[in-house]
Each structure stands twice: as structure tokens, then as C-alpha cells.
Design a protein around this ligand. Structure first.
Ligand code: ADP
Length: 232
């Protein structure tokens, strides 16, 4: 069974815009997949359908055997617990420390303090921020803030990590460091990663599977290591 199975999937927004059209795509456990395409090509819509921020208008989106589009609103949390999500803007809580920001995700799930601590420390170790547990977000660089977001996203050992333009606010050097962290998570924790990006340099250098969207249509699907972006 495929880990992510998207079949003949459409998303038409209320205003009539067809953001995704007849998309069929399978992703295996442990893959690292880039989703690329011009602005407005449907990358975010596809990502949002994976974590059920949006429901497909037609077709199937399945993750680990769960038909995501068919989930009732009150059970969406069960899906979200199995996912980690990283956005372009960091969405950290400014009044909480690094430790508290990461722990908060587990507290929300009703986990007890003594169970929380080792998980938070492990997640922060993974992203190289163990020495910043007491810092507040505004005391960190952009790259460090994004690392906290990644720690928060992996703290509950998700099978799937979804990233929407995670390097969009970062300079090239910091972006590379963030990509190293994501690659490490993929390799060493076995987490499946789906990442939307328009950063050609990153996509070229990482040599992963690359899916290209154009006007909501999947136009290319390049196996690992075969994609090379044209210079623009
Ligand atoms: P990308 O992430 O590649 O920039 P999006 O998925 O954000 O693409 O957008 C795809 C298309 O859907 C665009 O034409 C965009 O204007 C439209 N769109 C995105 N979100 C909405 C929405 N909530 N309501 C209506 N149209 C939307």
C-alpha cells in the first residue's frame, strides 16, 4: 500500500478557480518529494489538502490508509497528530521560550510533563538547538526560529512532515542549513517529507524526486536525482 495516494483529485475554490485538476500521485513511505511550479500553480492547495486544511472537491487524498477528505471535522485532530507541518512564516508563540513552544504541541495533546521533557529535548537536539531552550523567539535568528518550528513539527514522531516554502524567508546559506536538517530527519528518522518550494538552487542541489505543477496540473514527475532546473 502506498503511504500517500492521491487519485483524480480536483480542488475548485468557491470563486470558481480550479487550483488542482485531475491530480494522481503516489508517494512511498520514507520519500523526500519537492513540489515545484510557478506562483499560483497549486502547490499550497495540494499541501493544504494533505493536512485537511482544504477538502478535495472531487477525488481521493489518502494518507496511511485514511481518506483525508472524508474525515469528519471533529476527527481531523487524529490526522494532524500524525503529521508535522512547517510554514514559511514561523508561527512561534512570542511569549513562550523555545522549550515551551515545542512542549506546547504535546501539552495540547494532553501529554503529561514528565513524558514531554525527553521528547522536547530530543527534538531540539535533532535541529541543533539544545543550548537555546530558554531563549525567546525574538532572541533567535530566522534560521534558528525555523529550526524551532521543525522541532515542534517532529516532536511527536510524525510519519509525514509537510513543508510549505520553509526557506522562503531565509537567505541562501541559512536555507541550506535548514535543508540539511530536513535531510537528516528524512534519512535518520525515516520521516516522509513533502516540501513545496520555488527555490531552484535548493531543488537542484538536493537531488530528490521532483513534482512539477502547472495551473493545477501535474505536468512532470522526476525520479530521485534526475531533475535539473533550467537557468531563468
Ligand atoms: P501556489 O502555492 O503554487 O502559489 P496556490 O495553491 O496558492 O498556488 O493557488 C492556486 C490557485 O488557487 C491560484 O489561482 C490562487 O489564486 C487560487 N487560490 C488559492 N487559495 C484560494 C482560496 N482560498 N480561494 C480562492 N482561490 C484560491
Amino acid at each position: 500500500m502506498k503511504f500517500i495516494r492521491i487519485k483524480n483529485c480536483y480542488k475548485v475554490y468557491k470563486n470558481g478557480v480550479a487550483a488542482v485538476a485531475d491530480l494522481t500521485l503516489d508517494i512511498d513511505k520514507g520519500e523526500f518529494v519537492f513540489v515545484i511550479g510557478a506562483s499560483g500553480s497549486g502547490k499550497s492547495t495540494l499541501i493544504k489538502m494533505l493536512y485537511r486544511e482544504e477538502k478535495p472537491t472531487k477525488g481521493v487524498v489518502e494518507i496511511g490508509g485514511i481518506n483525508v477528505g472524508k474525515l469528519r471535522n471533529r476527527t481531523v485532530y487524529k490526522l494532524r497528530r500524525k503529521l508535522g507541518i512547517v510554514f514559511q512564516d514561523f508561527k512561534l508563540l512570542p511569549k513562550l521560550t523555545v522549550y515551551e513552544n515545542v512542549a506546547f504541541a504535546l501539552e495540547c495533546m494532553g501529554m503529561k510533563g514528565k513524558d514531554i521533557r525527553p521528547k522536547v529535548i530530543k527534538a531540539l537536539e535533532h535541529v541543533g538547538l539544545k543550548d537555546k531552550t530558554r531563549s525567546f523567539p525574538n532572541e533567535l535568528s530566522g534560521g534558528e526560529q525555523q529550526r524551532v518550528c521543525i522541532a515542534r513539527a517532529i516532536v511527536n514522531d510524525p510519519k509525514l512532515l509537510i513543508c510549505d516554502e520553509p526557506t522562503g524567508n531565509l537567505d541562501p546559506k541559512t536555507s541550506k542549513e535548514i535543508m540539511k536538517v530536513l535531510e537528516d530527519i528524512n534519512k535518520n528518522l525515516g520521516t516522509t517529507i513533502v516540501m513545496a518550494t520555488h527555490d531552484k538552487e535548493i531543488v537542484n542541489s538536493m537531488k530528490k524526486r521532483v513534482i512539477v505543477l502547472d495551473n493545477g496540473v501535474l505536468i512532470e514527475d522526476h525520479p530521485v536525482g534526475t531533475y535539473k532546473a533550467k537557468e531563468s
